[in-house]
Ligand binder design. Structure first.
Ligand code: SF4
Length: 446
């Protein structure tokens, strides 16, 4: 059980020296118990007290590293139930499934396909992170050689899934030695057998089952000194998986219940592929740390990756692009000049439509502190003065020959004042980005 503030206070020096930044030792103890401060921030704490109190200062959910140094992903150590309370810290790792029963050629080709699954979105590239190799061949040798091939060809962290502990151990201690694959042992397996597997392979281990049995097994693993654990509802239906995910997160964060204070692995694969992809999106939002999916097709995978990207951005920091003049395509002085804000989604919506229209353009992204067009206009950040200043700062006068700017239709109301302040001819463009292509092709004249 986690220690209370008073439990912690009893072990502190009680000098109220204030070196931790708080006025009293009691205030410090309360903050540590709430997970808001670390014990290390008290320089006066004795080593023996530090050792006794280590549980109180440990994060409520463990951070687990999967994969070899250089390509590893870290999952867990989340601190809140809801993203708006702070933010989510370690994005869920998405693992695509491969079967060891596939031929060498198919596995090699799948690894090549995996490396191509890179999708640019709002200024970053989203992609899957891991491969989950499923032992379906029945042959331990085939499983080990498939693990070796996938590890070599894909070069990403792996989840090894098998009901055969000897096969898991052979792969983890053989071709994947030192690469810290996540070992998922299917079927009836005791906590002692899992602990042996974790100790011998020196790899993270996954404990699967209903929440009560998982908690009991995790407690036994902790007692054996195993630290890098993931917990999982296994191949459960949607309701059972969501129940497991939310119960585990609440127990870890609200009750500081250590046996469930581990990242959760969820599985959304098989059956109806569209339903599985929707399950995957739901699991990522609440609160999968590793997601095993068979959504290899981009139309299924991209929504999953997009859900992850959205939920793991910091809600207090709008995603921005640099406020400047951008060339899209082979822009020349006679090319149209569109104006938008530096909110990533606004900018990339405009850029995407310009690229799709195949009309080279310039886009002026005005600094609105990452807010969208209407939000910035309402907050008086996207107005004739800020746009005129941005035109000057970008040196648009020397780069554009026609002296015309196209503003979003939603802010048509500022066109007259903007023309007056900037000295530019102001054209009112479409209200939505989707109208940019037709506008450029049918209405734009230099
Ligand atoms: S630094 Fe340690 S001893 Fe000093 S007030 Fe803070 S908790 Fe107390």
């Amino acid at each position: 059980m986690a220690l209370t503030g008073l439990d912690i206070y009893k072990k502190l020096p009680k000098t109220n020296c204030k070196e931790c930044g708080l006025p009293t030792c009691l205030a410090f103890a309360m903050k540590v118990a709430a997970g808001q401060l670390m014990l290390d921030q008290c320089p006066k704490l004795s080593d023996s007290a530090r050792g006794e109190l280590s549980e109180a200062s440990a994060p409520p959910q463990r951070l687990v590293k999967l994969g070899a140094d250089g390509v590893a992903v870290e999952v867990g150590q989340e601190t809140v139930l809801f993203r708006h309370e702070e933010r989510f810290h370690h994005p869920a790792a998405v693992a695509l499934t491969l079967s060891d029963s596939a031929s060498v050629e198919v596995l090699r080709s799948a690894c090549a396909d995996f490396r191509k699954l890179q999708f640019p979105r709002v200024g970053t590239t989203i992609h899957p992170d891991m491969i989950a190799l499923i032992h379906e061949s029945g042959s331990p040798d085939k499983f080990v050689s498939a693990a070796e091939l996938v590890c070599r060809e894909a070069g990403v962290p792996m989840v090894l899934v098998s009901g055969d502990r000897a096969a898991l151990l052979a792969a983890a201690c053989g071709p994947l030695a030192g690469r810290r694959p996540l070992l998922y042992c299917r079927g009836d397996v005791s906590s002692d057998q899992l602990a042996d597997l974790a100790e011998q392979s020196k790899s993270p281990i996954c404990v699967a089952g209903d929440i009560a049995s998982v908690a009991a097994a995790a407690e036994a693993l902790i007692a054996r000194g195993v630290k890098d654990i993931l917990i999982s509802p296994g191949p459960a239906d949607t309701a059972a998986a969501m129940s497991f995910l939310t119960q585990a997160r609440r127990a870890a964060l609200k009750k500081k219940y250590r046996p469930l204070g581990f990242p959760v692995l969820a599985i959304a694969a098989g059956g109806d592929k569209f339903a599985a992809a929707m399950d995957a999106c739901a699991y990522i939002c609440k609160y999968a740390a590793v997601l095993i999916t068979d959504a290899w097709e981009p139309h299924l995978l991209v929504p999953i990756l997009t859900s992850r990207q959205n939920i793991y951005t910091d809600p207090q920091k709008p995603v921005q692009v640099e406020a400047k003049l951008y060339d899209v395509g082979e822009a020349v002085p006679a090319s149209p000049l569109l104006v938008t804000t530096n909110f990533s989604l606004s900018y990339y919506s405009v850029e995407g439509e310009v690229e799709a229209a195949r009309v080279p353009c310039r886009i002026l992204a005005v600094n609105t502190e990452g807010t969208s067009v209407l939000t910035a206009w309402a907050a008086d950040k996207f107005n004739p003065s800020t746009i005129s200043a941005a035109l000057k700062a970008a040196g648009a006068e020397s780069k554009v020959s026609h002296h015309k700017i196209i503003i979003p239709g939603h802010v048509a109301v500022i066109s007259a004042q903007l023309a007056e302040e900037s000295g530019w001819q102001v054209l009112v463009g479409p209200r939505e980005a989707s109208g940019i292509g037709p506008y450029l092709k049918n209405e734009w004249r230099a």
